[in-house]
Design a protein around this ligand. Structure first.
Ligand code: ADP
Length: 522
């Protein structure tokens, strides 16, 4: 036995961790140096003959009791054991050991003591403790998140559901259950679309159609958006359904996730809007036709009044009567002007005059406008000039009537709203196409007149909008001129912009596409 223990001593000194052996009474017979040092002794010899109670001391008595009890159990049961134990460090602190204890026998097989091997496990224990804490916290967080998600899903608006590959409902929100007349989403779980069809009295074809849509989503792995019309509670309802494939962890399709939004009311509203729009359009055309017919009918008698007033003015010698006839003529002219504007407007709105692009001499149009406006230009003593850029060919292809009307309206406004200074027109081309077939025509009409406030720059293009009322007497008009200009430009695919400064002047910039004759050089 002694020989065996000597060997044991030799071997133990080579082993890592703490190795020790005790007799049946728990008295240490030996240990390796590492064990002695851990316990705060300078040599293993200092431990021999001591019990665990003496070594641990009073303050660790309870731990010594535990060890002593375990040792006795191992020796009495003659069974080795691996366990976690608390031990003492040299500074008095407590260490955790992973220990294996084996009974030692004499030659007859009687238990005469035990051999213990203990590895310091404290650092691992600490990490394990922290890990367990982290796992606990993340488990708690997971549960909280799940609760939130479940609550959110249950109470989401509209209708949500997710189902497996056989279209068995795996989950849905409360709305979805209510839609089918059920009290809770739980009642829908596990049911497939055919079961639902029975609950809500759908024909089997309806369920089959829905099932086919689900299959399509799973087969193509693509989201589909479809309108589904379903009878619920005896009422035909329209849903827009978004069906998405559910993809599992291994990238295989595991079912369908669907969202259905009830658009029945929106559909009704849309239909009502379309009906109302059609009625309004029909009423607008009827009104335009009526106004145009009435304006045409008015023009003839006014023409007669104007003609006879002119005739009488020419033959009348009485100065006062001549003056009154002059007023009648002026009033007739104004009324005729108004009627003409209204006729243009109505024919624009009914799309009566087709666009007719034709070779047009822009310079000639400007000269015609100047001739028409000459009396006003001279009356006001304004300077009028135009500048046509060299890149504008003599003729361009454009709707002559419309371009004439645009320039006339803008120039007559410029003259009307300018008391002194200049009214000018500049014309140029840009964006000339590489094959010289099309270009952009720029026309700028500038004046040094009263200007337009910034906040009115948009409204002046609306129908019957005027910034200065006629009753002020100074600037007469209908409020239709700019509206007509904008409509004409729209028809020609062009735009108009205005820059203006009060009491400095205004600049109306028009841009519109035009065609070029083949002989034109850029
Ligand atoms: P109107 O028959 O009144 O001229 P328009 O539609 O041609 O109708 O113009 C609308 C309003 O825009 C005018 O009443 C005027 O207040 C303003 N306006 C138009 N052109 C000019 C301009 N060149 N200078 C200042 N104000 C202008």
């Amino acid at each position: 036995m002694n020989n065996q223990l000597d060997y044991l001593g030799e071997i133990a000194s080579l082993l890592p961790g703490n190795v020790y052996w005790k007799n049946r009474k728990g008295i240490y017979l030996g240990c390796n140096e590492s064990n002695a040092k851990t316990l705060g002794y300078s040599s293993s010899k200092d431990i021999v003959g001591k019990t665990i109670f003496e070594i641990f001391g009073e303050h660790m008595h309870q731990y010594a009791e535990l060890i002593d009890k375990t040792d006795n159990e191992i020796m009495s049961s003659n069974c080795e054991r691996t366990l976690e134990e608390y031990g003492r460090n040299k500074d008095g602190s407590i260490l955790v050991y992973l220990t294996k204890k084996t009974p030692i026998h004499d030659d007859q097989g009687n238990v005469i003591g035990l051999l213990g091997v203990s590895l310091d496990f404290s650092a691992w224990k600490k990490i394990e403790g922290e890990l367990q804490n982290q796992i606990k916290v993340s488990e708690q967080n997971r549960q909280i998140t799940n609760t939130y998600l479940a609550n959110m899903l249950a109470n989401l608006p509209e209708n949500f559901y997710w189902m497996d590959k056989e279209s068995n409902i795996l989950g849905c929100n409360e709305n979805q259950a209510k839609l089918f007349g059920l009290e809770s989403s739980q009642q829908l779980l596990g049911k497939n679309i055919y079961d639902i069809a029975k609950i809500v009295n759908w024909k089997p074809e309806v369920a089959e159609k829905i099932r086919q849509n689900d299959i399509k989503v799973m087969e193509t792995r693509k989201t589909i958006t479809i309108e589904e019309e379903i009878i619920l509670d005896g009422m035909l309802r329209t849903f827009v359904s978004y069906k998405n494939p559910l993809i599992g962890a291994n990238n295989e399709v595991i079912g369908v996730f669907g969202v259905s939004i009830d658009i029945t009311e929106r559909k009704k509203f849309e239909k009502a809007l379309v009906d109302a729009l059609q009625k309004a359009e029909a009423a607008n055309i009827a009104k335009s036709n009526f106004i145009r017919n009435m304006s045409h009918d008015l023009r003839t008698p006014f023409g007669g009044i104007l003609g006879f007033a002119t005739y009488l003015e020419n033959i009348e010698s009485d100065h006062t009567k001549k003056e009154y006839l002059g007023y009648i003529k002026l009033s007739c002219e104004k009324l005729l002007n108004l009627i003409n504007e209204i006729i243009s407007l109505t024919s624009l709105e009914t799309g009566e005059q087709k666009i007719q692009p034709e070779p047009t001499n822009i310079k000639q149009i400007i000269l015609d406008v100047e001739t028409l406006m000459l009396a006003q230009i001279k009356n006001k003593n304004l300077e009028f000039f135009y500048n046509i850029n060299k890149n504008v060919p003599e003729e361009i292809i454009i709707d002559k009537m419309r371009i004439h009307r645009i320039i006339l309206n803008l120039v007559s406004n410029a003259i009307k709203f300018t008391e002194k200074g200049t009214v000018s027109i500049t014309v140029s081309l840009n964006d000339i196409n590489s094959d010289n077939k099309t270009a952009n025509l720029n026309i700028i009409i500038s004046d040094t007149g009263i200007g337009i406030p910034d906040n009115k720059l948009n409204v002046i293009f609306e129908r019957f909008t005027r910034l200065t009322d006629s009753f002020e007497g100074k600037y007469e008009g209908t409020g239709l001129g700019l509206y007509i200009v904008k409509q004409l430009l729209n028809e020609l695919g062009g735009t108009i912009e205005v820059e203006s400064q009060l009491n400095v002047g205004s600049k109306f910039k028009c841009q519109l596409p035009c065609g070029l004759l083949s002989s034109t050089q850029s």
